[in-house]
Design a protein around this ligand. Structure first.
Ligand code: NAG
Ligand code: NAG
Ligand code: NAG
Ligand code: NAG
Ligand code: NAG
Length: 466
């Protein structure tokens, strides 16, 4: 089931577009005995997080805005929906439709009405944990909204961003480390402030956030866009068919995200279980016989899959009786997908390509493209060099890049070591950045073979001091 993949090379050579045929056949999904959660009179809470910033990452905030519209139409109140988004897209100079964000070609505005709870630098890991734990005194900035939930309430958490082994991105400050997030969830459970929780995560290697870590007995059901070792994929990208209007120059969505969002847009979610939605999303996201696909994964208490989707995110009354089981139409599948680690390169390239010859914009776009490429070279060089210093030329890549723990085991045992080595690397060699994040498994493997912080500091200085 788990498929390992060699690390992608950087550069435009990795921008491989695939034509994917639609492989969805929702009618073959077996109906399940639905379980009603609605009789407990609890409240429904939603926490929506886009962990990136920058127009080249348009799609993450577009996904989150779309998710807000689904929850809102589903009947959740604004006071129970907490949104983290940097909020630099709608009025970005590159946005061809100022004040409007779309999540698919010619789609509706999804930005309308989105609460600006945590924006800009307030989108950070400390506020994220404080919001989940309902701890107002731990907040800095923002609207002050927290998940002030009780024992009968349900919570829906949706997180979309760049990620890598053991971490999720944040636009500001520290990463979300898997182990810290799990500890926050355990604390929330111990405080008896929810009845059940559903977590949807889209990021590269997002399975590593829960693999071997999320307990089955804290009433949490989680799905992730990919397993612990593979990319997830951006969708509705430039040069796609159906085409994103060329003036957008960026991807509008992510494949797993648009799969659950577009399914939720259409159907009566009071007649659809989490398991049924998982099947729809899994089929649309994972193209089993092609290379560029990801395995949508499930973690935690699988029997919560019998819960109705509406127990968490409500349902749009306009979708009454439009049940997913009677839906024989196939949702449109984007024809071409882009590795999220390359979506920013595609954006810079597209900008360069579209700008008039000799213009200031063209020079600027070229500079950003070249800067990104040379930063990628720097990260690759640094990690390779550090590996060589630590393990020698012949052993370095097998230890750092090829070692993948089997499914069911967490990325690393000593999470403090992992965090410390990431921090130490970044102190001397600069931020891993969205692209270099893909080396966190290599850094975790250093911990797994006993590299200390002192040793890491020494080799990082030796590698990056000039
Ligand atoms: C809330 O956060 C504050 C500040 O970080 C901390 O001192 C306090 O213990 C937290 N309260 C709870 C209930 O966790
Ligand atoms: C939670 O539900 C139980 C059982 O229905 C009920 O007895 C209890 O009062 C509820 N608690 C709250 C805080 O609403
Ligand atoms: C999993 O959830 C079900 C309800 O869906 C519950 O009955 C069961 O006890 C849970 N399992 C564990 C291990 O907590
Ligand atoms: C939806 O189904 C209910 C119960 O099966 C029925 O009473 C109602 O008329 C239906 N509504 C529509 C719009 O078909
Ligand atoms: C590489 O690994 C082998 C087998 O573990 C070991 O014998 C050898 O000393 C290592 N080489 C270096 C340069 O560390």
């Amino acid at each position: 089931m788990i498929k390992t993949r060699m690390m992608n090379n950087w550069g435009c050579g990795a921008l491989i577009f695939l034509t994917l045929s639609c492989m969805i056949n929702v009618e073959s999904v077996r109906p399940l005995e639905a379980m009603h959660l609605n009789d407990h009179h609890g409240k429904r809470w939603g926490v929506l997080v886009a962990g990136s910033s920058g127009y080249e990452n348009y799609r993450h905030q577009a996904d989150v805005c779309h998710a807000y519209q689904v929850l809102k139409k589903g009947g959740l109140n604004d006071e129970n929906i907490i949104v983290f988004m940097y909020d630099d897209i709608a009025f970005h100079a590159s946005n061809p439709t100022p004040g409007v964000i779309i999540n698919k070609p010619r789609g509706d505005d999804v930005y309308y009405g989105v609460p600006k709870d945590y924006t800009g630098d307030d989108v950070n890991v400390d506020n994220f944990y404080a919001v989940l734990l309902g701890n107002k005194s731990a907040l800095t900035g923002g609207s002050g909204k927290v998940v002030d939930s009780g024992p009968n309430d349900s919570i829906f958490l949706y997180y979309v961003d760049h990620g890598s082994s053991g971490i999720l991105g944040m636009p500001n400050g520290e990463y979300v480390y898997a182990k810290d997030l799990i500890n926050v969830l355990k604390k929330k459970h111990a405080a008896k402030t929810y009845k059940s929780m559903v977590i949807y995560v889209e990021a590269c290697e997002s399975g590593s956030i829960f693999e071997g870590l999320l307990p089955k007995n804290i009433n949490i059901y989680a799905t992730t866009a990919s397993n612990a070792v593979e990319n997830s994929w951006a969708a509705y990208c430039p040069r796609d068919h159906p085409s994103v209007p060329s003036e957008y120059e960026t991807c509008l969505g992510d494949l797993y995200s648009i799969s659950w969002l577009e399914d939720s847009d259409k159907h009566d979610l009071s007649k659809e279980t989490l398991e049924q939605q998982y099947e729809v999303v899994r089929r649309r996201t994972g193209f089993d016989n092609l290379q560029y696909s990801s395995h949508v994964m499930k973690y935690g208490n699988a029997s919560r899959g019998n819960d109705l989707v509406s127990s968490y995110i409500g349902t749009n009354p306009a979708n009454d009786n439009y049940t997913f089981l009677h839906d024989s139409s196939s949702p449109p599948t984007p024809a071409r997908l882009v590795s999220p680690r390359d979506a920013d390169l595609l954006h810079f390239w597209q900008k360069y390509h579209n700008a008039p010859a000799g213009s200031h914009d063209k020079l600027e776009a070229k500079k950003r493209l070249m800067d990104e490429i040379s930063y990628r070279k720097h990260v690759e060089y640094s990690i390779n060099h550090i590996g060589m210093l630590l393990f020698g030329n012949s052993n370095s890549s097998s230890i750092l890049l090829d070692t993948v723990r089997p499914p069911g085991q967490p990325l690393v045992d000593d999470w403090d070591c992992f965090k410390m080595l990431v921090t130490t690397y970044e102190k001397y060699c600069g931020s891993l950045s969205k692209y270099g994040m893909k080396y966190t498994r290599a850094i975790a493997n250093m911990c797994n073979v006993g590299v200390t912080m002192e040793k890491m500091a020494a080799v990082s200085i030796q590698t990056c001091s000039n």
